[in-house]
Design a protein around this ligand. Sequence first.
Ligand code: GLU
Length: 449
Amino acid sequence: MTTITRFAPSPTGRLHVGNIRTALHNWMLARKAGGRFLLRIDDTDAERSREEYVEAIRDDLDWLGLSPDGEERQSERLEKYEAAFEALKAAGRVYPAYETAQELELKRKIQLGRGLPPIYDRGSLKLSEEERAAKEAEGISPHWRFKLDHDEPIRWEDGVRGPQKFDPAQLSDPVIRRADGSWLYMLPSAVDDLDMGVTDVLRGEDHVSNTAVQIQMFTALIAARNAAQQIPRFAHEALLVGKEGKLSKRLGSLGCDAFRERDIEPEAIIALLARLGTSQPVEPISDRGQLVESFDLSTFGRAPAKFDDTELDRLNAAIVHSLPFDAVAGRLPKGMDEAGWHAIRPNLTHVCEAGEWWRLVTGPIAERDFSAEDRGYLSAAAGALEWSDDPWHALTAKLKASTGRKGKPLFLPLRQALTGMDHGPDMGELLPLIGEERARARLEAAARE
Ligand code: GLU
């Protein structure tokens, strides 16, 4: 059976790093199995869903290189949910409920006050036909709950958490539909997972108890439809937290725009999120194939995965150092060619810093103060400069022989005079880019100052 995974964001905001991680893991799971990765837009909440967010989600996935193999929208499938609802109703698995939000809140408070878990007491299920008719006559339109089967524990083998067991009597019958007819997340998601042939549901551990409920929905739907459909496998990954170990507000708004603004390569984000929270080392791997190959749910830990910006920057630097010219040409300063990129690349944490370093080639450079002795040395250097394929090594060899200088006194004044800086790109690579004329002028200027 082809593996089918899905990423199911609600378009009520931009994707954040936690969503990106879920999308990535679903993408990798599908890729590794040679299967399909679906984007499902969970837009049943017409009030809060926005088309601009749908587009932003697509753009972000595209930028990250996680383009889906297919896209579905819940708002286009409302009649499917209606049919499933009717089938479940006919099977006695959904029932109308009439409590107001205030009544429910009061019930909860009383239960908590008595030290009881706040489980819905099935008050509406116990209403007689007449009592129900009376409620409707009062003009109260019901919302709808799915009736959990209390007979047996709910079990599944979780891809990350191992064997799971829930007592359904400890769960509230979930509300699946509001009084205005609109859908809550639970039922549409189960209908879609069945209809789209989703084989693996991989999502955050905040969904564990939803899974317990949805497993009963899957079972009820399959029975009601008398269909040869299958309940997906489930895996719930530990949540992503800030490096201080807490769920962080900042992470909840950290998304692709912020990464782009910081000039983080998508490959750095992917390399980090692919391995974070697993027992595999986080490494600057820009080969997706390698990451996909090593993807393995059994390496996922139960402890929260800690997201650290410093680690992201470190990975970004390592990935930038290996980026080929073609991959960055459009983002480099004017005139910077392949040799320029290769000379400058090792000094970068982010590609956008290339311009600062390229100024060492094009000038102007910072003026430095030299001692009289160094000025003499630099004047000799200007005289000794000879152009060849490797002018730097020719120059330093000559100066070493003629002045007896070595190490820092040999190299540093030359670097300072030629670039205005104490450190930077390899001079052997940089000097040919600076060129003979500019190099001589800089040495002469430094000798004069
Ligand atoms: N729309 C749901 C969410 O964003 C999807 C959860 C799921 O993957 O089933 O939480």
